[in-house]
Design a protein around this ligand. Sequence first.
Ligand code: TIU
Length: 220
Amino acid sequence: MGRVPARPFDLDLDPGRTALIVIDMQRDFLEPGGFGESLGNDVTHLQAIVPATQRLIAGFRSAGLPVIHTRECHQPDLSDCPPAKRLRGAPGLRIGDDGPMGRILIAGEPGAEIVPELFPIEGEIVVDKPGKGAFHATDLGEHLARLGISQLVFAGVTTEVCVQTTMREANDRGFECLIAEDATASYFPDFKKTAIDMMTAQGAIVGWAAPVDAILEGLG
Ligand code: TIU
């Protein structure tokens, strides 16, 4: 058991029951020409967390702990993309449209891939998810049950959309959730801060927050 100095109070992590979930670090969110930019966002905020996320992944790998990656993407026939999601707003490109990295947010297209710096290694679980939350319409829960996991460390993008949604899903399923605050980002820095404040308020109502180095020291 390792103690992590966290907000709003220290969290004891049991390495034998802990996994890292890296949410949606895909080219479509981090690189120009993808889904994120088509929504009008500045993608540089997301690129900035790649080195810290690399460090966190490397720490879990060298400790022999599970690293699980997620990708927000849809089937080529869009059968798992509700029209209410595809037709929302007035983006430059909609899900399924042709873009510079292939069809936007479609499984198997270059844009839906995880950025090369954070690419999964042999044996790591990759969960493709049609929603913002990683438990909805996926087998993530079954993977975690099989691995005997009850504590989750979160990294990835975006803090207030897919990371927060997944942390809330996990919290309701009984997992203790810790977000790595320098390995998560939003297109809106204020939203990142507020999302983490909201989740850690009221005695860690959704979960805890700590920097990557504190998490790795706690696990070490
Ligand atoms: N992965 C994820 O957060 N998907 C989004 O669509 N996020 C936005 O902030 N748009």
